[in-house]
Design a protein around this ligand. Structure first.
Ligand code: ZN
Length: 372
């Protein structure tokens, strides 16, 4: 059983974003590997706190965690994982959390346990717009991305400032006595290497921009505003670093007839009075193309027909939603003489008198049922 993220950070479920950040800073400082060398239980707590913060600091992930608990991040929809953060991920968060306190500029963070850490390239962000059909079953999108990659012919040499260790040690006199602190080497940005030679088309870091086609696997059931991560498809880092990530923001296109609500879809169907009286069959839109449905003679306006499993496949992989077809009987606004006479004749006719049965639930009861 995984521990509750709120308990890991020692905060209440109503904690504000600022309180969450503050609680994480405290934990990260307490369990930081530099402060607890060789202590694997501290490292475990350090990782757990980072994972809890990763989820609770992201509005979408937090909402899903609040609703589904840890199950929200299981089921193989890659890129959404709250779990499995490595040290590089954790340290790359630190720029946001601690500001400049730990130095290192764009290559935020400090060495894990004294060892040289690999510098991570910057992340790239793109937006992808999806149709309802693409969201319903998931889709593979190919996008063109302009990313920085290491230019051919670039050479590096060992950084002379840090001797290739990537960090420098400083002795500081503080009120607590002399303290030894390790800081990222500012000459090489922590990589331990500096540029030696580069071709003319490379920038100061030995990188150049190329256009690359990246394939993104988008799981079914994503929603507007969610963010997917494609690892290593951001900008390359100079030297022996690892590439940043490509962050994909999801945007959704409205469908002309189907309205989404969670994993369910709503469809408004209009039928004429004679179709309602005599029964009919109608084609409606679904995410898998047109579907024909049958309406029994005497169908009432306001009836909701449920097409099970024809909605959106759940992001968590637990089945799919339904299409709810709302039947609306269209009352003619104008009648010719003959039609008017017909309806006048039917006035007071027993077959035309409303006789709602228990099974003809009122609109409000149906809505109540739908959400229960
Ligand atoms: Zn250096």
């Amino acid at each position: 059983m995984k521990e509750d993220y709120y308990e890991v950070l020692g905060i209440s479920k109503s904690a504000s974003a600022a309180e969450i950040k503050k609680a994480y800073r405290k934990k990260a400082l307490k369990y930081h590997p530099d402060k607890n060398p060789g202590d694997s239980s501290a490292e475990e707590l350090f990782k757990k706190s980072a994972e809890a913060y990763e989820v609770l600091s992201d509005a979408d992930k937090k909402a899903r965690y609040d609703q589904f608990g840890h199950a929200a991040f299981e089921g193989g929809s890659g890129g959404f994982g709250g779990g499995g953060m490595n040290m590089d991920d954790i340290f790359s968060q630190f720029g946001d959390i601690f500001g400049g306190a730990f130095g290192g500029g764009g290559f935020g963070g400090f060495g894990g346990g004294g060892g040289q850490r690999r510098v991570k390239g910057s992340n790239l962000r793109i937006r992808v717009t999806l149709t309802l059909e693409e969201i319903a079953n998931g889709v593979e999108k190919k996008v063109k991305v302009r990313r920085k990659v290491q230019a051919e012919g670039v050479t590096y040499k060992t950084c002379s400032t840090c001797g290739g260790r990537g960090q420098v040690t400083k002795i500081q006199n503080t009120i607590l006595g002399r303290m030894q602190t390790a800081a990222v080497c500012t000459s090489c940005g922590g990589s331990g290497q500096i540029l030696d030679g580069k071709p003319g088309d490379a920038d100061a870091q030995g990188l150049k921009v190329v256009e690359e086609t990246v394939s993104i696997n988008i799981p079914a059931g994503v929603e507007e505003g969610m963010q997917l991560k494609v690892p290593n498809k951001g900008n390359d880092a100079p030297g022996n670093g690892i590439p940043g990530d490509l962050l994909v923001a999801i945007e959704t296109q409205e469908h002309s007839t189907l309205k989404r609500e969670g994993d369910n879809l709503h469809y408004d169907l209009y039928v004429s009075i004679s179709e309602a009286v005599l029964g009919t069959s109608k084609e409606i839109d679904s995410v898998g193309g047109k579907v024909r449905i049958k309406l029994e003679p005497g169908i009432q306006s306001g009836k909701i027909l449920r097409l099970r499993g024809k909605g959106i496949t759940s992001l968590n992989g637990y089945g799919a939603g339904d299409i709810l077809v709302h039947v609306n009987v269209w009352t003619p606004k104008e009648l010719n003489k003959e039609q008017r006479e017909f309806f006048e004749k039917m006035q007071g006719n027993d077959n035309f008198e409303p006789k709602p049965e228990k099974s003809d639930k009122s609109f409000f009861e149906k809505v109540k049922d739908m959400f229960s």
